[in-house]
Design a protein around this ligand. Structure first.
Ligand code: IVH
Length: 677
């Protein structure tokens, strides 16, 4: 490779990696498998080693991925949070040891082998045994302060347990990972599926999306967990070995790894890695590798670190299970908003303990990018319990009869020509009467997260649509008992129960009706925000762009430009607007959220507060209750969107952040005055 070619390649790799870093660390929505990401990084590192003239401190190979978001207050770690070098190869794992052997001039090095937890890195600080802060890794130097959210984790004690053998240091930064159990991940995804919301691909993404939520109450609804395994800063020092430190963490009452191994020499360490591999599926958290660390802290210090990772530790990663199989066909599914999703129909293949027959191909661009064709042999990957994905085509097995895939020009259900909306990757069927869209829209409308009508399952909806009794949501409220009785399977009592359930649904909360309409991008949380703001369905339907975004600023917290455009666009469609009018005409009376506080005060409607420090006469929880009762919101961190910071004695970084951003700071006296105004 010529230097010019290398330069070009290095620059494209850097751009690619930067994009995937952003997707993984900031958006919690990675597009490629870890293994492929690691391969890109490896390719870049190799090129930079070969062509050192193009190496720079700014390269992603020199830095840790950055997870910081503008909406959080940043906090500087006392000790830097590093990343780890990783490998998938036994040989490289052994080379790691050989470097240390050379450095220390002895073979018999003692290691600790621990699970590599696939969560998101966090640093928890205890001062004099009291939990004071939880901060994400950020860029390694400073991270996002997620203390309030971390406090929703039940297993994270507010205070360390002291004992004779486990003295408590003045200040300690303990490192670990926040994660979700598979059960909790599946519970949340199921709820989202029922509510018609996008699913999360794996527990790690969901955990990382959750800890970065601005609404602590929403965080509390998901049972985040934590596991702590490392020491960052500690004053005074309390342990001289990683193994001793593990024991301390446990004695302080902190959740720690279920198992770790002590091994001397690389053969014993390798045996431990393999044992860990066999056991890892029984751990509470997803484990994607083993971390091998020199046990002795003194030797760790002597080995030192590169700019990014320590020389005294390495992660051996287990590649996710992959298998090769053939694509028999590509089918296209129609969603409730008309989005067409291509799906690979596979020759059944056994993968990570289950038979896989289908894998999503995401969209038209994704198929083109990977040049996936019907008849191709492809690599399918399934990490643990997660949705299978097509990774790449095995071109060696491609036959000339495999022609490039042509995305259908017509909807596979109603044959309406498909369209692509500006700025979207998805192809859509624009026909709102497309039978599949109608079925899915109705299914969403009656689902648990919307009108919650019992007795209206998929088969029943199919019947109602097929008979032509229901074409749109309002038709559900026009169903006739005599008609339903002719369906046979639904006689007498169950018909009456169904009709009663439909009648009851007429007075559901406003947010349920808003959510049930199926406006693109509008999920449960946004529906609640909209209901609280507009308090009336027609007012929402008639809202203009400037009711959402005025002078380039967001009017309703949580409803940004994309969502606003989706809402306005949705109701601009006469058919959607007509649904609203008809629902109201037929007697649907959505219930606006109760006017809050004694006397129905809404003095704080649309205002977001951040609380910090100790207030003179009330606790922060009491203040939060008063704010919410008066229509306001409480957030865990200060951003430009914060209306007021209510500060008491010994207010910390939030107060500084408020000053920095020019957010109004008030004390309790002012707060009470506003409340009573
Ligand atoms: S030690 C300086 N131990 O993996 C040493 N890290 O890919 C740094 N991780 O940033 C960390 N399990 O977030 C260590 N048992 C474990 C770990 C672990 C998961 C994470 C950690 C680190 C990342 C590197």
């Amino acid at each position: 490779m010529t230097p010019a070619d290398a330069k070009k390649k290095i620059s494209t790799l850097r751009e690619k990696i930067a994009r995937h870093d952003e997707l993984y660390y900031r958006n919690a929505k990675p597009e490629i498998a870890d293994f492929d990401y690691d391969a890109l990084k490896r390719e870049l590192a190799d090129l930079e080693a070969k062509f050192p003239e193009f190496a720079t401190q700014e390269s992603p190979t020199e830095k840790v991925g950055d997870d910081r978001l503008a909406s959080f207050t940043q906090y500087r770690h006392r000790a830097r949070m590093q990343s780890l070098d990783n490998t998938y190869s036994e040989q490289e794992f052994r080379e790691f040891h050989q470097r240390l052997v050379k450095l220390f001039n002895r073979e018999e090095l003692a290691y600790v082998i621990e699970p590599k937890v696939d969560g998101l890195a966090v640093s928890v600080t205890y001062e004099h045994g009291k939990l004071v802060r939880a901060v994400t890794r950020g860029n390694g130097e400073e991270g996002d302060d997620v203390t309030e959210n971390a406090k929703t984790i039940h297993s994270l004690p507010r205070e360390l347990k002291a004992s004779k053998h486990a003295p408590i240091p003045d200040v300690i930064e303990i490192r670990g990972e926040i994660y979700l159990t598979t059960e909790e991940f599946q519970r949340i995804n199921k709820e989202r599926e029922e509510a018609g919301e996008e699913l999360y691909a794996n527990p790690r993404n969901l955990a990382s999306g959750t800890i970065k939520q601005l609404d602590t109450k929403e965080v509390a609804k998901r049972k985040l967990e934590i596991v702590l395994y490392g020491v960052g800063f500690c004053e005074p020092a309390v342990a001289d070995k990683q193994s001793g430190y593990h024991a301390l963490v446990k004695q302080w009452g902190l959740p720690t790894v279920e198992r770790y191994w002590c091994a001397t020499g690389i053969d014993a360490a390798w045996a431990a890695v393999n044992e860990l591999d066999k056991l890892r599926h029984s751990f509470a958290y997803a484990t994607d590798g083993a971390v091998v660390k020199l046990d002795d802290f003194r030797l760790q210090r002597e080995a030192g670190s590169t700019s990014k990772a320590p020389r005294w530790a390495i992660a051996y990663k287990f590649a996710a299970e992959r298998a090769e199989t053939r694509i028999k066909a590509i089918t296209v599914q129609v969603g409730r908003t008309g989005v067409l999703t291509p799906v690979a129909e596979l020759e059944p293949v056994l993968l990570a303990g289950t038979t896989v027959q289908r894998a999503t191909l995401h969209n038209k661009d994704e198929i083109a990018r990977k040049d996936i064709r019907i008849g191709d042999y492809v690599l399918v990957e399934k990490a643990g319990e997660i949705i299978p994905a097509v990774i790449e085509v095995n071109l060696k097995r491609r036959t000339p009869s495999c022609e490039p895939y042509q995305f259908p020009k017509k909807c596979p259900v109603c044959e309406t020509p498909v369209v692509q909306l500006e700025g979207e990757v998805a192809m859509r069927c624009p026909n709102l009467s497309c039978p599949t869209q109608v079925r899915r829209r109705l299914g969403h409308f009656v689902s648990k997260g919307a009108l919650d009508i019992d007795g209206l399952g998929g088969a029943m909806i199919d019947d109602l649509v097929e008979k032509g009794w229901v074409k749109e949501m309002p038709d559900l409220f026009r169903l006739k008992r005599d008609d339903l009785l002719t369906l046979g399977k639904n006689v007498g009592k169950s018909t009456d129960n169904l009709l009663a359930a439909i009648e009851t649904a007429k007075t559901r909360e406003l947010w349920r009706v808003i959510h049930g309409l199926g406006i693109p991008h509008v999920g449960v949380a946004a529906s609640k925000d909209l209901a609280a703001h507009f308090r009336d369905l027609e007012k929402l339907a008639d809202a203009k762009m400037e009711d959402f975004i005025a002078n380039k600023t967001v009017v309703i917290a949580g409803i940004g430009e994309t969502m606003a455009a989706a809402i306005v666009g949705f109701f601009a469609e006469p058919r959607n607007r007509a649904v609203v009018t008809e629902l109201l005409e037929i007697g649907v009376k959505p219930q606006a959220p109760a006017a809050k506080a004694a006397g129905g005060s809404t003095v704080f409607a649309g205002k977001t507060f951040v609380l910090t420090g100790t207030l003179p006469t009330m606790t922060r929880d009491e203040a939060a209750e008063k704010i919410e009762a008066a229509g306001g919101k409480v957030s865990g961190s200060v951003s430009k969107k914060t209306s007021y910071v209510l500060a008491g004695a010994e207010a910390g970084s939030k107060l500084e952040k408020a000053k920095e951003l020019g957010v109004a700071v008030i004390d309790e006296v002012e707060f009470v005055r506003m409340l009573n105004a």
